[in-house]
Ligand binder design. Structure first.
Ligand SMILES: C[S@@+](CC[C@H](N)C(=O)[O-])C[C@H]1O[C@@H](n2cnc3c(N)ncnc32)[C@H](O)[C@@H]1O
Ligand code: SF4
Length: 396
């Protein structure tokens, strides 16, 4: 189905009195090499990157999407990938200048760019900063050389340290480091050692992900020897205690921040805010004031097809959500990941329905000890966070 055809939805039973905050996600799909565990929409760059052509396509895409802002300013922007740090400083500058010309940004807009330590240099970081990027997310993964090799990474531990030094020198005051644990043949001391190394670099934010075997990846086809569940559980207990001792609050399953440095962009996803998703394979979610529905919008995945179709209706596939049950479930899927949960008011405003629709599910979840017994908030207990899928099933 494409955007030119009217969509056959039943009349929406959702009601929105206001629109949620708006974010912008831009997908930059190229990498130096495809990592064997990665199922992101990313492709090995062969030859020179068509960065100018791609930026022009992103801006055409934005022009077509801009009316969906419906008068809102953009609070956060995320340049994700792929490896956005492969793009030149000039390309990112053209992109951000083009965005500003097309859509209003809030005065304190958060603009994050993802960087791979094997694809960065000082000049480029300085140009990204000058272009308005104010948060860098660096894909470190591990500081252990054998683990980096097992993960097929293109960089060593020293490159990650250099990337942080270069980022600080370029004026970045808000840094995230991505780390993974539960790596092939992982052990507790090694995994916690990675966290200690990361903490020495004094980032403002840490994303600490358990390695998962994703469908259609090289690791799924030929699985590496992953550590047993009890080792993973021990890594989590020791790692979380260390991060808490060092002043990093865990605010989502895998996200840890120093006070005042939570990722505003990801928080908007988890609180069921709206976002325009631009670029190959990008997803967007928009609340439509007139139709009183939520629309999910997905771009074609292939970068070449995207560039050829950007800005036209054929680039986008749309799906409407008008049923309260579906909106509620999608809200909970995001919001219950947050340690502090979300207030009932936010549920009612963004899922477009009274919280009474959740009464049966909430009662069952509270009885099992998976949801806190508080009438003002929807928040998973630590046990509920561990069993999130089971908890969500109570609302289906
Ligand atoms: C788009 S990448 C970050 C930027 C850059 N592409 C890189 O890898 O350095 C997003 C992050 O997701 C995490 N990730 C990707 N695939 C994963 C998997 N199968 N299991 C756990 N974490 C994964 C990695 O920590 C990675 O840094
Ligand atoms: S560099 Fe990042 S996006 Fe690219 S393949 Fe590796 S994990 Fe995936």
């Amino acid at each position: 189905m494409n955007a030119s055809a009217p969509l056959p939805t039943e009349r929406s039973r959702l009601r929105f009195d206001s629109l949620p905050p708006l974010s912008l996600y831009l997908h930059l799909p190229w990498c130096v090499r495809k990592c064997p565990y990665c199922d992101f929409n990313s492709y090995e760059a062969r030859g020179s990157l068509p960065d100018r052509e791609y930026v022009e396509a992103l801006l055409r895409d934005l022009s077509a999407e801009a009316p969906l802002a419906q008068g809102r300013v953009v609070d956060t922007i995320f340049l994700g990938g792929g490896t956005p740090s492969l793009f030149s400083g000039a390309a990112i500058e053209t992109l951000l200048a083009g965005l500003r010309a097309e859509i209003a940004l809030s005065a304190d807009v958060e603009i994050t760019l993802e960087a791979n330590p094997g694809a960065v240099d000082a000049e480029r970081f300085a140009a990204f900063r000058a272009a308005g990027v104010n948060r860098l997310s660096i894909g470190v993964q591990s500081f252990r050389e054998p683990k980096l090799r097992a993960l097929g990474r293109i960089h060593g531990a020293a490159d990650a340290r250099t990337a942080v030094t270069m980022a600080r020198a370029a004026g970045f005051e808000n840094l995230n480091l991505d780390l993974m644990y539960g790596l092939p043949d992982d052990d507790c001391d090694g995994a916690v050692g990675d966290l200690e190394e990361a903490l020495r670099l004094e980032p403002e934010h840490l994303s600490w992900y358990q390695l998962t075997l994703e469908p259609n990846t090289a690791f799924e086809r030929r699985p590496p020897p992953l550590p047993p569940d009890d080792t993973v559980a021990e890594i989590e207990v020791r790692g979380r205690a260390l991060l808490a001792d060092e002043g990093f609050g865990r605010y989502e399953i895998s996200a840890y921040a120093r006070p005042g440095h939570r990722c505003r962009h990801n928080l908007n996803y988890w609180r069921f805010g709206d976002y325009l998703g631009l670029g190959a394979g990008a997803h967007g979610k928009v609340t439509l004031a007139e139709e009183q529905e939520i629309e999910r919008r997905v771009r074609t995945r292939n970068p070449r097809t995207f560039v050829a179709s950007a800005g036209s209706a054929t680039a986008v596939t749309r799906e409407r959500i008008g049923a309260p049950e579906q909106a509620a479930l999608e809200f909970l899927l995001n919001a219950l990941r947050l340690s502090e949960g979300v207030s009932i008011d936010v549920f009612e405003a963004r899922a477009g329905q009274p919280v009474a629709t959740l009464t049966a599910g909430r009662a069952a979840a509270v009885e099992r000890g998976w949801l806190v017994d508080d009438p003002t908030v929807l928040r998973a207990t630590p046990l509920g966070l561990e069993r999130l899928n089971k908890l969500l099933e109570l609302f289906v």
